[in-house]
Design a protein around this ligand. Structure first.
Ligand code: DSN
Length: 417
């Protein structure tokens, strides 16, 4: 493994080696993370990193792009086939830069956008004040209902008709229920707005028919390729033909320079992987695992926001426990279990403390864990959260976690070198 790096830069080598061990021997429950396979790693570390390819296939600003054109065309075709889209742009460096390009393509500075509040499960790039999307555009927000903790579409409609935004954004980072894209589109049409769907979290389920697709309803759809899609870290935009030119121009030269062609190639590989029957089985298991883990935690007395989950993640409300989201994240991390603190709807704490944690199952499902292991994981989480300051509990748990992980190896051949 990385023999040339070991001799060239032993400091970076050692840190990567430690990160590899952390990945292999931790229970990763961060809903937006996953483990990529050897083929993706190989492509991302390939010689494709050497080449500038500003522009698009057959329309480059540099010579020598003929093989890169073939790679980008494959990625585009596969994205369109997998999601049933008319056009794909595969160059966005990340989900955030994809979203920036979509807004750049459809909006003028100062236009109003209606997105899901970050505090209720939305995303930073959907109009949050600390982000370009909240600074260059005029954001207004919808929230979840206090009673059901689900999106209240009548309320979304009411806000949309009152505010008349130029764009409605659907999509979330911490929402465990099915999104009704058809309803969003009806509201957008009534309000005279574009519908932009950011499906980053649920792209794997959409690709396999386990979540309704936004493609028939949205004017534009963005996603990341590294969450449930299990590809390289990056972004992707899908749209109807009529928006193709505007989107391509908004990505390059609008908001980016040269594409990362080693990542574009890895996206092509990931999109091929996502067409295989095993990928659907994987997506089904992610949801089964999330449901089972949520119900095991509920039976131990933890309140699950909205009462459960339809997808790969759920929020645990800790406000009736003697621990904050931040405290829980820390205690679990010290025990080898990775989650993130998360605001729960109508949280009385701020985002750096938060009253909840977000739990997701894409990464542990990639390792092959199934329902039985979810029971064990729930028991581990409960043991730590009952005694979060106890260093002895952390130490014992680290060993238990390592034992469980050894039963579901993912990068073992690399570790044994
Ligand atoms: N940061 C990602 C997440 O954790 O959901 C979203 O971009």
């Amino acid at each position: 493994m990385m023999e040339s790096l070991k001799t060239t830069d032993s400091e970076v080598y050692d840190l990567i080696r430690k990160e590899l061990e952390r990945l292999e021997y931790s229970i990763i429950l961060i809903a937006s993370e996953n483990y990529v396979n050897g083929a993706i790693l190989e492509v991302q570390g390939s010689i494709l990193t050497n080449k500038y390819a500003e522009g698009y296939p057959d329309r480059r600003y540099y010579g020598g792009c003929q093989f890169l054109d073939g790679i980008e065309r494959l990625a585009i075709e596969r994205a369109c086939t997998l999601f049933g889209a008319e056009h794909a742009n595969v160059q966005s460096h990340s989900g955030s830069s994809a979203n920036m390009a979509v807004m750049y393509a459809l909006l003028n500075v100062g236009d109003k956008v209606l997105g899901m509040s970050l505090a209720h499960g939305g995303h930073l790039t959907h109009g949050a004040s600390a982000n370009y999307s909240g600074r260059f555009y005029k954001p207004v927000f919808y929230t979840v209902s206090k009673e059901s903790e689900r999106i209240d579409y009548d309320e979304v409609r009411e806000i949309a008709l009152k505010e008349r935004p130029r764009m409605i954004i659907a999509g979330a980072s911490a929402y465990s229920r099915i999104l009704d894209f058809e309803r969003f589109r009806t509201i957008a049409d009534e309000a005279g707005a574009y519908l932009f769907v950011d499906m980053a979290h649920i792209a794997g389920a959409v690709a396999t028919g386990l979540h309704p697709s936004p493609i028939p309803y949205a004017h534009i759809v963005s996603t990341t390729t590294h969450k449930t899609l299990r590809g390289p870290r990056g972004g992707l935009i899908l749209c109807k033909k009529e928006f193709a030119k505007a989107i391509d121009q908004a990505v390059f030269p609008g908001t980016q320079g040269g594409p990362l062609m080693h990542v574009v190639a890895a996206k092509a590989v990931a999109l091929k992987n996502a067409m295989a029957p095993e990928f659907r089985a994987y997506q089904e298991q992610i949801i089964k695992n999330a449901r089972h883990l949520a119900s095991c935690l509920a039976s131990k007395g933890y309140r699950i926001v909205s009462g459960g989950t339809d997808n790969h993640l759920f929020l645990v409300d800790l406000s009736d426990k003697r621990i904050t989201g931040m405290g829980a994240e820390r205690a679990l991390e010290l025990s080898g279990i990775m989650v993130n603190k998360n605001l729960i709807p109508f949280d009385t704490r701020g985002p750096n403390t938060a009253s909840g944690i977000r739990i997701g199952t894409p990464a542990i499902t990639t390792r092959g864990m199934k329902e039985e292991a979810m029971g064990t994981v729930a028991d581990m989480i409960d043991t730590v959260l009952k005694d979060p300051e106890n260093e002895g509990v952390h130490r014992t748990m680290l060993e238990r976690v390592k034992g469980l992980c050894k039963g579901f190896p993912f990068y073992p051949s690399v570790l044994s070198q």
